[in-house]
Write a protein that binds this ligand. Structure first.
Ligand SMILES: [Zn+2]
Length: 315
């Protein structure tokens, strides 16, 4: 196949190398009829096989060090996961181990040990609601038909849209009330436990900070942003008994989700590097506190490889 030489050309070794960093969130054990595009075990397994054959996959801290020194290997890539979903431990970890791949997991620490992010409360409530129509007018969130997969998806999208820019406390209260009206008991095993984070680290994976409660940093004061970022760093350092040097901005779009001030806070807290969700690949001399990342979504090998190549060429 022609892809490997093309990747080698777009991403040579040394000072003109480029670092591709991939982002994942969940890796479901089975495909989800509600979100067929969501990553699942079989797809992730295939994708790890392709990545291992095309790229030199290395841990993010090592990639950062080598990039700074102009010693990046050709076709360098890192794998990252955001948020701290329990399926990262149950499903992704054994697959990564089978392919001898190391990844970095960015953890929003407030949700460990039984917590859940507000958007997941919406998704889980709508997924498990038995009603044909869910009336959320008491909350000012409208009535939603749930009689087909398309309608359930539309309801989730509409509810997330209606709630996402409200203050955090309101988002949490509204989504809890929503779950109640949907007649759904919330689950407490969606995110990892602290022990599972430790187990990931002991299995040779890297752990990075991702704030405590996953706020949009751009909407916080510098002091609030500092508390969120430092809080997650300290929690993880205490849990793991070691320094945590990597950070991922929640949602991660420069300007919308974090600002130059957020970057200053991250730098001042002594992190070595931070990742955004802006697409691209990092060249030597690029900003180590805004490393671009890229979400691969194609499910065929050729398209997936072509997408990675295009991402490198856009850098
Ligand atoms: Zn996140």
């Amino acid at each position: 196949m022609l892809l490997k030489p093309l990747l080698q050309w777009a991403s040579p070794a040394g000072a003109s190398g480029h670092l591709s960093v991939l982002i994942f969130h969940r890796v479901l054990s089975e495909p989800d009829p509600l979100f067929p595009e969501e990553m699942h075990a079989r797809r992730f397994d295939a994708l790890c096989g392709w990545l291992a054959s095309w790229f030199n996959v290395l841990p993010l801290d090592e990639a950062v060090e080598r990039l700074k020194a102009g010693r990046l290997p050709a076709r360098a890539a890192c794998l990252t996961f955001d948020d701290g979903y329990a399926d990262n431990h149950h499903v992704a970890l054994p697959i990564l181990q089978r392919h001898l791949l190391k990844a970095t997991f960015f953890i929003a620490t407030r949700f460990l040990d039984g917590g859940r992010m507000w958007n997941d409360t919406i998704i889980e409530s709508i997924r498990r609601c038995n009603m044909a129509v869910l009336d959320l007018s008491p909350l000012g969130l409208g009535r939603h038909a749930l009689d087909s997969i398309a309608n359930r998806r539309a309801a989730i999208a509409s509810l997330i849209d209606q709630i996402k820019y409200r203050p955090l406390a309101e988002r949490i209260t509204l989504t809890e009330q929503l779950g109640h009206l949907a007649g759904v008991q919330s689950s407490h095993d969606l995110m990892m436990t602290s022990d599972e984070v430790k187990a990931m680290r002991h299995a040779g994976m890297q752990i990075g900070a991702h704030t405590m409660s996953h706020p949009i940093l751009a909407r916080l004061t510098d002091e609030q942003a500092r508390q969120e970022i430092e809080g997650s760093k300290c929690f993880l350092e205490q849990l793991l008994g070691e320094r945590v040097g990597l950070f991922a901005y929640p949602n991660g779009k420069p300007g919308d989700d974090y600002t130059p001030q957020s970057v200053d806070v991250v730098r001042s807290l002594g992190f070595d590097a931070a990742v955004s969700t802006h697409w691209g690949a990092l060249a030597m001399g690029g900003d180590l506190y805004q490393i671009p990342r890229f979400t691969p979504w194609d499910s065929t090998k050729l398209r997936f490889g072509a997408r990675l190549l295009a991402n490198l060429r856009s850098a």
